[in-house]
Design a protein around this ligand. Sequence first.
Ligand code: ATP
Length: 314
Amino acid sequence: MTVSTTVTVRVPAKVNLQLAVGPRREDGFHALVNVFHAVSLFDEVTVKEAPPRQEPGFVTLSASGGTRVDLDGVPLDATNLAARAAVLLAEETGKGSPVEIHLDKRIPVAGGMAGGSADAAATLVACDRLWGCGLPETDLADLAARLGSDVPFPLLGRTAVGTGRGEILEPLAAPGRYRWVFALSSRGLSTARVFAEYDRLRPDAPAPLPSPAMREALAAGGAAALGAVLTNDLERAALSLRPDVAGVLAAGREAGAIGALVSGSGPTCAFLVGDEDDAATPGVEAAVVRAVEAAGVDSCVSAGSGDVPGATVV
Ligand code: ATP
């Protein structure tokens, strides 16, 4: 048997189709209902056995990225979520050996698309393969949840609803195939700051509830139905910290987007522009890109969604 000394895993970004946020819990987390949806915007994580006697440390990190990605915002030390994932897997299995991790990033940094969480999920899958741990998916999901609330979803991909602090996942039936435009900002927003602003604006936030209308729209497929039920409780808080983003949302809506919302904690804006197989969709997509670029966003990226799998060895 050939033992591979390098493993590459491709992992998708997510957009939240519903993000309902409750009050802050005693453990500091918020109760969430979070409908995650994987989109075809990918990071690639490559793990490689480190040469013998390499010093210092267990993990060495490097990163490259698309022109739209702010690599300065990616820590290349033990705080990187990918490094933390490798260390956690090694501790739990006792099978780890020193690794070099390379992150090839296309997912915006601090953009509300869970890029760091995606890299952590990909690293779990890659190191599990490299070290021959063979952990069952449920064990990988448990480790993922210990790393962060958004880390289990990129293991699964496609569409799922997260409850608890977002980490308890149930896959959702969602046969639709959609097209999206994402308006990126070169300045990120700290997720912690957005939640703190949410607490300030909504001290009376009710317990978050799953949306039956969202479930029905997803099961039916069709962008028009989905566009009507997109919601994000964090949007007001993100706009309070970044008022410029409101103009971007308005421009995309006016240009014909079927749905528009801040993605997660922002500042990325997500525009649903149509069904993948609808002949009208490319025209709407182009119009939305033109309009949001004119509204001053730093760059746009288009992506599909609906059948995008989670972290996959390539
Ligand atoms: P979420 O949607 O989960 O709130 P996000 O998409 O807004 O996350 P990330 O790109 O995951 O934000 O990065 C948030 C912060 O995490 C960054 O500013 C950076 O300091 C840190 N970070 C740690 N590991 C990574 C990583 N692998 N890639 C990017 N950022 C990372």
